[in-house]
Design a protein around this ligand. Structure first.
Ligand SMILES: Nc1ncnc2c1ncn2[C@@H]1O[C@H](COP(=O)(O)OP(=O)(O)OP(=O)(O)O)[C@@H](O)[C@H]1O
Ligand SMILES: [Mg+2]
Length: 371
């Protein structure tokens, strides 16, 4: 999958941007606060329908303007997809795919896929569990549209249930049980899909990592707050979830919060059988993250038959030369990469010769011959 054309109108600090006839690796370089991340954000928005960093769509409208528009043309092996995302205060957000309006609500099939790698991702191994859950959620959402739907319903149900518990209700109260049933319904499907996805992701990550770090055996394991093996039928998953909730009912009443479910689970990265969070060195943890990110590309290719677009925001400068090398070498030359940096000189030797270099300055982008 290749982004061939990108047009921005009043998006963040861009009044107008038009990039046409693009294909290979593109480097966007420039000083801080010039619009490099904004540009990657716009591509992410086309693929996912929402920003990776904006809390609200309105944030992305250029200051003092009424609306923004982002349009991209993506080419896959056998098809071309034009996606347009626009937002205005009066009309809200609208998404057009090949000119046809899409409703964001339930299970909108993703048309194009991106893998985003930002410095925050380097915390994946040792940072908060929410980072690891989000990693898994995003990966599954890109291949399974109904997953995102269940996840958003689950999150709403969870907050309803929590607010009743906070107000002093007991998990056994009928008013809470209504939400418990919905929690189990959406959560059961999330469990099943997470466990299945991880069974596919783990070997891919292990394969990538063994190429990087021979002798280091990486495993990615799911640690559910409900005892599950991973091969249960949905009814068994639901029953196990219900049972665990019942077992924790007293504690939930004391703590006034939902203690069991996909929102409480974690992913464990292990190296040679040891939890990498506790035992791996900083450098090993970073290497794991690079392997996991590369495996995300491979996972999406396996699941969809197409390569995603890779967005690297300021990541090369965060990695030492050898990890940078590993990352770029592991990425097939068929993957289109958009990368940002303040100075590209150190990376030039490891970038493909056909790479195009663009200077970003004050919301304007200018191609620079030979960098
Ligand atoms: N809605 C908006 N309208 C206009 N400008 C905005 C808007 N949102 C953000 N900006 C501005 O965009 C500028 C560039 O942001 P961006 O995050 O893309 O910078 P960057 O080039 O990635 O910088 P860095 O190297 O520090 O990461 C910031 O100065 C910010 O003030
Ligand atoms: Mg930036």
């Amino acid at each position: 999958m290749v982004l061939q054309e990108l047009v921005l109108e009043d998006f963040r600090n861009y009044a107008h941007l038009g990039l046409r006839s693009i294909s290979g690796t593109m480097v966007f370089f420039g000083e801080n606060a010039q619009g490099k991340t904004n540009l990657l954000e716009s591509i992410y928005l086309l693929a996912r329908g929402s920003s990776h960093r904006a809390g609200a769509d309105a944030e992305m409208v250029r200051w003092d303007r009424p609306s923004f528009l982002v349009r991209g043309v993506f080419a896959a092996a056998s098809r071309t997809v034009e996606i347009e995302v626009s937002y205005s205060e009066q009309k809200g957000k609208s998404v057009l795919v090949n000119g046809i309006p899409r409703r964001q609500s339930e299970g909108l099939a993703p048309q194009v896929r991106v893998v985003l790698f930002v410095p925050d991702d380097l915390q994946l191994v040792k940072g908060a569990g929410s980072l690891r859950r989000r990693f898994l959620d995003q990966e599954i959402s890109q291949v399974d549209p109904t997953y995102a739907f269940d996840l958003s319903r689950y999150t709403k149900v969870l907050s309803q249930r929590n607010s009743l518990l906070r107000a002093g209700a007991s998990p056994a109260d009928p008013s809470v049980e209504v939400w418990t049933e919905q929690l189990v319904d959406h959560g059961g499907r999330l469990y099943q899909k997470r466990l299945r996805a991880l069974k596919k992701i783990a070997p891919v990550a292990r394969g990538v990592h063994s190429r990087f770090a021979p002798g280091e055996d990486l495993d990615v394991l799911y640690r559910p707050s409900v005892p599950l093996r991973g091969d249960e039928a949905i009814s068994q998953v639901e029953e196990a979830f219900r049972r665990r909730l019942r077992e924790r009912a007293n504690l939930e009443r004391q703590k006034a919060v939902t203690l069991v479910g996909p929102h409480r689970d974690d992913i464990v990265f292990s190296l040679n059988g040891m939890d990498a969070r506790q035992y791996a060195s900083q450098g090993q943890q970073r290497s794991i993250v690079v392997s996991v990110k590369v495996s995300e590309i491979e996972f999406l290719r396996q699941e969809t038959g197409d390569l995603p677009v890779l967005l690297l925001d300021d990541i090369l400068s965060e990695l030492d030369a050898s990890r940078r090398h590993r990352l770029l070498e592991a990425v097939s030359t068929d993957v289109q990469v958009f990368l940002t940096c303040t100075d590209h000189a150190p990376f030039r030797p490891v970038l493909p010769t056909k790479t195009e270099y663009y200077r970003v300055q004050g919301g304007e982008v200018e191609m620079v011959a030979g960098g």
